[in-house]
Ligand binder design. Structure first.
Ligand code: GH3
Ligand code: MG
Ligand code: MG
Ligand code: MG
Length: 308
């Protein structure tokens, strides 16, 4: 263990440190309480052995200071010649973990250090376990919200976000936009290129949409099959329409082949858009239904277009 020994008497420090080093500990010595305030971060001790009666600050007050200052627990054992029960009580209440009366028997001291070491190991194990649990929770959380094929947010997360958008935008009296995107003639794409190429195509579309909408608050989700949804906060109808046009233009330039599409043998998308007014009472299912009607309109109008 890395032990920090604080005692104002030189000989006490010397004797103790020799003994501690003999049984394998690393020892740092300090002669005053004030010094520790400047150096404790530098030492990072596993254990502090502390005298009580020191000229500048007494060990009990110093312990209170350490307990206030550090969230992490550092075991503290008092070594003092005071035998009065009320002082021992005070020392433990202040944050000490144990109290030995000087002169300290070397075997007793070694055993007490061992006990502290054992608790410290248990604490470290527990801490690591907690970190593991937290990491696992984060992973599960991410998995629960993610579409496995494309890595986009899934419908579950989207539903949650739409409700959040409704609340926030009502509170701030702002509009937001939801765009539903459906790939044109995708069944033909699968039939011609095969399902694996179909999957790759969906992933490519997802990546492109993610690139197009990379602002922190933009949400790009896979709604299902070959349908995607874009959620744009604090956006009005005109801005939303511009985004539909931007998506259309982007995919025109990408120029992805689709041999069996009637639209110039290129992969195209149809889009429905809804701009949600904060003053109209509406829920997420109604939003999906309305935007689906708009998407259907875009399909009816020949595909590779948008309706709102
Ligand atoms: P439309 O232009 O009217 O949208 O025609 P469409 O063929 O795209 O529409 P339809 O809904 O009939 O077909 C959707 C197709 O999307 C059917 C299904 O095979 C395909 N699809 C859905 N999910 C996946 C997927 O995860 N991977 C692949 N490869 N294909 C999928
Ligand atoms: Mg002293
Ligand atoms: Mg579809
Ligand atoms: Mg389709």
């Amino acid at each position: 263990m890395k032990i920090l020994l604080i005692d104002d008497v030189y000989l006490e420090r010397l004797h103790l440190s020799i003994r501690l080093k003999k049984i394998g500990h690393e020892v740092s010595l300090l002669s005053s309480g004030i010094e520790i305030k400047e150096k404790i971060e530098y030492f990072e001790p596993d254990l502090i052995l502390m005298d009580i009666n020191m000229p500048d600050i007494n060990g009990i007050d110093l312990t209170k200071w350490i307990r206030r200052k550090f969230k992490d627990w550092i075991p503290i054992i008092f070594l003092s010649s005071y035998q009065q029960p009320n002082i021992i009580e005070k020392a433990i209440i202040a944050g000490g973990d144990d109290y030995l009366i000087k002169p300290v028997n070397r075997t007793v001291l070694a055993s007490k250090i061992l006990a502290m070491e054992r608790i410290a190991i248990m604490r470290t194990k527990l801490k690591n376990k907690n970190i593991q649990i937290e990491e696992m929770n984060n992973r599960l959380q991410k998995q629960a919200n993610e579409d496995p094929l494309t890595g986009l947010f899934n419908r579950r997360f989207l539903n949650h976000k739409v409700v959040e958008f409704l609340n926030i935008h009502e509170r701030n009296q702002l509009t937001f936009v939801l765009i539903m995107i459906d790939v044109d003639y995708f069944k033909k794409y699968n039939d011609f290129y095969g399902h694996i190429k179909g999957d790759q195509c969906l992933t490519q579309i997802a990546n492109e949409l993610n690139l197009l909408f990379s602002r922190k608050d933009d949400i790009v989700a896979r709604f299902g099959g070959e349908e995607f949804i874009i959620l744009l906060g604090n956006t009005n109808l005109e801005q939303g329409i511009n985004q539909c046009q931007r998506i259309k233009e982007h995919f025109r330039k990408l120029n992805i082949s689709h041999e069996k599409s009637f639209l110039d043998k290129r992969l195209t998308l149809s889009q429905g858009l809804i701009c949600v007014d904060p003053n109209i009472i509406i829920d997420s299912n109604i939003i999906y239904n309305l935007v689906d009607i708009k998407l259907y309109e875009a399909k009816k109008n020949g595909r590779n277009t948008y309706a709102y």
